[in-house]
Design a protein around this ligand. Sequence first.
Ligand code: LLP
Length: 435
Amino acid sequence: YGTQSINELGHLTIGGVDTVELGKQYGTPLFVYDLALFRERARGFVDTFKKEGVKAQVAYASKAFSSVAIYQAAAQEGLSVDVVSGGELYTALKAGFPSAKIHFHGNNKSIEEIEQAFDSKIGCIVIDNFYEIELLKEISAKRKQKMDVLFRVTPGVEAHTHDFITTGQADSKFGFDLSNGQADEAFRLLFEDEYLQLKGMHCHIGSQIFETEAFSLAAKKVVDKMAEWQQSTGFKATVLNLGGGFGIRYTAEDTPLAPAVYVDDMIKAVKKEAEQFGIELPEVWIEPGRSLVGDAGTTLYTVGSSKVVPDVRNYIAIDGGMSDNIRPALYEAKYEGALANKMNAPLEETYTVAGKLCESGDKIIEDLQLPKAEVGDLLATFCTGAYGYSMASNYNRIARPAVVFVEDGKHQLVVKRETLEDLVKLDLPLTLGEG
Ligand code: LLP
C-alpha cells in the first residue's frame, strides 16, 4: 500500500519511516497514516474532475477519521469536507478549515447544531427530512440569514459490496423517497424559500461499493427528477451530490477501481442524462471517506500472550482490539496483517489475532499467516485508516491509541494517546448515600 516498503533490517517502513522506531517512540497501539497516499487518493478524485472540465467539489466524509490534522491535510489538497455532527463541525473549525467548504449532514440535526452551522456560515446544509425543513425555515427566518441547502433523496438504488439492487421504495432512515412523492413535496417546500437557497440534491447509495453502474444509475434517477422539476417550475438545480462509498482493497477478495474510473463513469452518466433532457450540467459533488483515508492507515500493535487450542487454532493476543477497530466484530470485516519487525521472515504459522478486550468476539484477524510470533513482536494491520479511530471506544476503560502522520521520512504526532487521567476526567465522586 502507498509508500510502504521493507528496509535493510527487515522492518516495515511507511513514508520512509521505520515502523519499529515509531512503535518504540510513540508506543502501541498506534495508528500510522501515510500522508502521501492520502494526497494521492485526493488528487485522484480532484484531478479527474478537472481533466473532464466538470465543476466539482470533492468533500472528505470526515466520519471516516476526524481530527484537526486530517482536516488541515484536506484543506491543503483543496478538498471540501462533510461533517455529520456538531463535534465534527467544531473539530473542522478548530482546524481552521474554510467554513464555506463545509457541508453538514445528518438525519437528526439538533437546533444547537443548526445554530452552530449558521453561526459559522458553513457552505451548505444537506436536509434530510420534513422536520428539518421546518426547523431550518424557522431558524433562517428568525436570523434573517441565508443558507445554501441540498436535500437528500433515496433513489431506490442500494449498493452492497460486490452487488447492488434497485428497490421501488428504499427502506432507509435517510432522506426523501424519490418514487413516492416525498421528494416532490420537499422540493415544493424548499423551492423559492426566502432564506433557504436550494442548490440541488444529494444521494448516497452505500459504502464499500465496487461497481460504477450503481452510481450511474443513481445519477440518472436524480438527474431525471431535476429535469422534471425544471420543466414544471423552471427551477435549475446547480448541484448534484452523489455521496461517497467508493470501495477499497482490504484483502485480496476486494477489487476496487481507481478514483478516476468511478469519477469518469459518473460524469458520463450525468452528462448523458443532462443532455437527453436538455438541462445544464450541474456541478458534481462527491463525498469519499473510506477511499481517502482507508488504505493510508496502518495500525501497529505489540504481540503479548498466546494460546494454543489443540487441533483448532493458535491465538496470539495484541495490546488493542475492538476498542480501536470494531469493524471485525461489527461487520465481520476482514483485514490483512504482518509482523512489522519480521517482514522478510518466512510465513510459518497460522494465527488468529485476538484483541485484549473481554469478549470472545474480539478478534481482529482470523487465520493469518505469519512468521513465528513472539512476545514483543510488532503486528501491523493494514487499511485501518477509515472507521477505525473514529469508531474507537473506551470499552474496558482502554485508552484510545495515538495517531501519527508520516511523509517523506518525517513523522508527526497528530492525536495524543489517551492517558489514565483522561479516562476519569469526566467522572465525579458519589455524594448520594453519604449519611
Ligand atoms: N456520505 C454520506 C452521506 C455517508 O453516509 C457516508 C458514509 C459517506 C458519504 C462516506 O462513505 P465512504 O466513502 O466512507 O464509504 N462504519 C461503516 C461505514 C459507515 C458509512 C456511513 N456513511 C464501516 O466501517 O464500514
